[in-house]
Design a protein around this ligand. Sequence first.
Ligand code: HEM
Length: 248
Amino acid sequence: MNTLAVLLWGAFPYVALASFVIGSIWRYKYDKFGWTTRSSELYERRLLRVASPLFHFGILVVLVGHVIGLLIPQTWTRAIGLSENAYHFLAVALGTVAGACTLIGIALLIYRRRTVGPVFLATTRNDKLMYVVLTLTIVLGLTATVDANIIGSGYNYRTTISPWFRSIFAFQPETSLMAGAPLVYRIHALCALTLFTIWPYTRLVHVLTAPIGYLTRPYIVYRSRDLRGARGTRPTRRGWEPTRPPTA
Ligand code: HEM
């Protein structure tokens, strides 16, 4: 048995899974107040208003595509009357559009982060690492889809990558299946595993707790207090209100 294949496709997935689960629990327990997107909406809104929904709706469709493509066996989709050709056409069409939206979205988000001064200043080293791994994963996924299916004559990952992915959760990893997949798919999967490994220690934790309405909620509007229009009869003083001694 090839040792490298066992390490990459038999051991690394469990390291990533353990880091993802244990790291998330640890972070939630010990850094509840740091569990945030660290939103930069306050600094810049014009670009964010386009880039953020583009990225988030794109990645959501990509995620649904991955759940169907990796978790649902080919025999099941065939059993409900969906032929391999029809599945392939739908997956490639939707996957390419969603992948392109995700890529354009993240490119705009990175451009904004680099060019808007306060947003750049609020970017940590940890963010930069996360952006690199996330972008690489997206670029490689899209390259695999376009290269194999649009430029090339097609690659049925549901006979190799998908059963390997499911075998991880059955605790019997079939490493040889993955070792035989095309290189770009393998590097894509390795980048994804790296992303899952670092996930709990980055701002990506917000994905685990994002409420359903988060993506469509209106933007939060911050207003300064309008003193002239303040209601009430008592005139408002400048500065802090003096504290009163507690009444008995
Ligand atoms: C171990 C986990 C993962 C595996 C095994 C995997 C595997 C795949 C496969 C087989 C494809 C389809 C290529 C084709 O159409 O022939 C794909 C596409 C893609 N992947 Fe992944 N992927 C994983 C995780 C991720 C993650 C975490 C992201 C994003 C952060 C991602 C982003 C993409 C994108 C953007 C595409 C192209 C669009 C699409 O087909 O949906 N993948 N991936």
